[in-house]
Design a protein around this ligand. Structure first.
Ligand code: FAD
Length: 713
């Protein structure tokens, strides 16, 4: 029997039972008045048929709870009145827990998949919470009988909570409330209303009981923190509220926020203020890409109505410009600026010597908390022979002043792709080597193919499915040996740029000695509050992962800083719901949320709407009419699950969708917003229009057509 049929049968069975209950007004038997009137009759029956009465009572109780029918409270009183306290407590406790679990299972069977599919992203955090601490919250809810139990049963069924956990937590959690009602049942004569059973005093006691686990948990947390920190003598006074390690994107924002809320903060940097982003990452790479783009435009002169343009250049001078750009941004991240903001900037090699102390230049600084923001470094794979050649990474690339004639770029990720295209545009013969089946492994295959084709048009030799095995030097010539479909492929080169990923900086500043745990990926392991296993050491940026972007480093920094400073009172879980990123190739590739491949892999019901930039007036006027916007939505809904944009200024266009996703705005809202003509941003509205066109109410329009025809008569 198909699942659909099974569901239909379950729904029909429930409907029949519920309708019977109300049509025959069975509810009248489950009232206090009825119970009191017939108490003697019930007791006589029980005296004559003990086991039968107990059995019938049990089954009836399970049915009432499983079907979420009104009457469980009266039944509990009846139990007390009939069976005396202890037997009634046992019977009711099992019957109510089994009934609640059946209700939980029915709700799960009928609705969970639908609810989880429909509200997938909104429920992600709740699911994680339930998986981690669901039993605890259920226990609290069960202890306080002011929360309607039937709602708890049904809602919990929609979550990933295990059935066994639900059962035993319910059984234990409901025991206190059950005892109160059963006990009341033993003195039925004195009860005049159901409301009267829970006097304000008793209710208050239950609330206290319910709050108790929360207080207990806080207590356990404080104890655990003390336990972890007990081997480290706590200074009498702290010189700082927080010390931040690393003045990259994460460290700068962390210390900025700490200073803004008037905390005393020290920022320790062992190399250069600004970290990777300013010195060896985003800023120099984007400056280099800009110069390369100028050259590329020059080569397209005829497309723009010129006969010819000539650009003479020295690669070394281009690299000097890159440094001038870095120099221009430098003041934003400088010691002067941050000192002015109230941050104590310390240059030097520092060590964390205890959760409360940091040593730098022979001085010991005391602090209440620490934020580790030491970033990541280029990962250099152990390829035999690689160490023997003077390989390049994103760290030393910027010192290059001579353009390599033949450049191998190892890696098809964002850094590899950006540098491949830039160097090819300057005239290097670039071979890009990627082990996976496509470059830009995280993006949809059509996106990767489009970018690859552009690279090939610009003279890049793109080798996917090629695993680098060895570097040889023969007669003074360097050769990269790759394995490809069982064959050996030899790629001669002058310089090789290694861009196969970045490894978190976790060594040599005291983390190992303190026993700070690392994840499988080599990042510092943190909880949802960016706290390490040492409760006053927090972590943000590339060293924490899972993302390695400047904007995520800054985003995490807020949470790390606020939790480090105020976490004893209130902690904020880091929010990863809407994370965008951009690869700055030409065309740019920008993404937020799901792409088509992920939606398929995760079995998320979805529709795809595509708008081609070839249709956009401004893109045509700019001769940039290539690329597309691809929007993922749930079937029939305008809610945005993800967007990929491939095209000129894709990163800037994406901002509107990031905002929309973050604040729950759908495509109809984008369509209803005026976008100035002619701009690239209009593409967003056009894409929303494409979605709308695919969802016109055809049947309604057929009637409207008839209406107009009638009006013409
Ligand atoms: C070529 C390239 C291009 C990139 N382009 C982009 C882009 O376009 N967009 C984007 O979002 N991201 C980009 N990134 C990634 C981005 O640069 C990083 O995600 C970002 O810099 C991470 O910030 P962070 O603060 O975690 O680390 P970092 O910026 O690396 O800062 C860490 C700092 O800690 C210091 N440090 C390390 N150990 C210690 C210690 N023991 N004591 C004191 N200080 C220490 C380091 O010297 C460094 O200054 C790019 C990266 C590269 C390499």
């Amino acid at each position: 029997m198909s699942n659909r049929w099974k569901k239909t049968l379950v729904i029909m069975a429930i409907a029949v039972l519920v309708v019977t209950f109300f049509v025959f007004d069975l509810q009248r038997y489950l009232t206090l008045a009825e119970l009191k009137t017939r108490q003697a009759e019930f007791q006589d029956f029980y005296a004559a048929h003990r086991l039968l009465t107990l059995g019938l009572y049990f089954v009836l109780y399970v049915l009432v709870t499983a079907l979420s029918l009104p009457g469980a409270a009266v039944m509990t009183l009846a139990g007390g009145a009939l069976f005396s306290f202890l037997p009634a407590l046992v019977v009711v406790s099992f019957a109510s827990s089994i009934g609640a679990t059946l209700a939980f299972l029915v709700s799960r069977f009928l609705l969970r998949d639908w609810v989880q599919n429909r509200f997938h992203d909104r429920l992600a955090a709740i699911n994680r919470g339930v998986e981690k601490e669901g039993a605890f919250y259920l226990f609290t809810l069960r202890l306080v009988p002011i929360f309607p139990f039937f709602i708890i049963n049904l809602v919990m069924g929609l979550t990933p909570m295990r059935t066994l956990t639900f059962y035993w937590v319910s059984q234990v959690g409901m025991l206190a409330g059950t005892a109160v009602y059963v006990n009341a049942g033993t003195q039925l004569g004195q009860i005049n209303s159901l409301g009267g059973i829970l006097s304000p005093g008793l209710l208050f006691s239950f609330v206290l009981l319910g709050v108790f686990p929360l207080i207990a948990r806080k207590g356990v947390e404080i104890m655990k923190k003390r336990q972890t920190l007990k081997n480290f003598p706590q200074p009498k006074k702290f010189a700082y509220n927080v010390i931040v390690f690393g003045a990259g994107s994460a460290g700068l924002v962390s210390s900025y926020i700490a200073a803004a809320v008037k905390a005393k903060v020290a920022l320790i940097e062992k190399h250069k203020m600004g970290g990777d982003c300013l010195n060896t990452g985003c800023v120099p790479s984007k400056a280099l890409i800009r110069s390369a783009k100028m050259l590329a435009y020059g080569r397209r002169a005829t497309e723009f109505g010129f006969r010819k343009t000539e650009t003479e250049f020295e690669f070394g001078e281009v690299m000097e410009r890159v440094q001038r750009v870095v120099g221009k941004v430098e003041p934003h991240d400088s010691v002067e600026r941050y000192t002015g903001l109230g941050v104590a900037c310390i240059q030097g090699d520092a060590r964390i010597t205890s959760p409360y102390t940091v040593e730098v230049d022979g001085r010991t600084l005391t602090t209440r908390s620490i934020i580790v923001a030491t970033g990541a470094s280029p990962f250099v794979p152990p390829i035999p022979g690689l160490e023997q050649v003077d390989y390049l990474t994103s760290d030393n690339l910027w010192q290059l002043r001579e353009l390599p004639q033949r450049l191998v770029v190892l890696g098809g990720g964002p850094i590899g792709c950006e540098m491949t295209q830039a160097f090819a545009r300057f005239g290097a013969q670039v071979t890009q080597v990627e082990m996976g089946e496509q470059i830009m492994g995280r993006e949809d295959p059509d996106v990767a193919t489009f970018v690859r084709q552009r690279f090939e048009t610009e003279g890049v030799n793109v080798l996917t499915g090629h695993a680098a095995k060895q570097v040889l030097t023969e007669d003074g010539e360097h050769i990269l040996v790759c394995a490809h479909q069982g064959e050996q492929v030899r790629v001669p080169f002058d310089r090789i740029l290694v861009a196969v990923g970045r490894r978190p900086n976790v060594k040599d500043f005291g983390l190992e000695e303190l026993g700070v745990r690392l994840s499988d990926r080599g990042t510092v392991e943190t909880d949802g509050f960016l706290r390490t296993n040492i409760p006053n050491i927090f972590c943000a940026g590339d060293v924490a992962g899972p993302y390695q972007f400047t904007h995520t480093a800054g985003h995490q920094a807020w949470y790390a800083s606020v939790n480090a400073l105020f976490g004893d009172f209130k902690k904020f879980p880091v929010d990863y719901r809407v994370i965008p990123w951009v690869t700055f190739t030409d065309p740019e590739v920008a993404r937020v949320g799901l792409n088509e491949t992920e939606a398929r892999q995760q079995n998320i019901a979805h529709e795809v709407t595509v708008f081609e930039l070839a249709e956009l007036d401004r893109a045509i006027a700019e001769s940039e009419d290539h690329g597309w916007l691809k929007i993922i939505t749930p079937p029939g809904k305008d809610k945005i699950l993800g967007v990929t944009i491939v095209g000129t200024h894709a990163g800037d266009l994406l901002a509107e969708y990031i905002l929309a996703m973050k604040h729950g705005l759908g495509l109809n809202k984008i369509l209803g917003t005026i976008h100035p003509y002619p701009t690239l941003a209009e593409a967003n509205k056009m894409a929303a229009g494409e979605w709308k066109k695919a969802h016109v109410p055809e049947k309604l329009l057929a009637w409207v057509e008839k209406f107009h025809a009638w009006r013409r008569k």
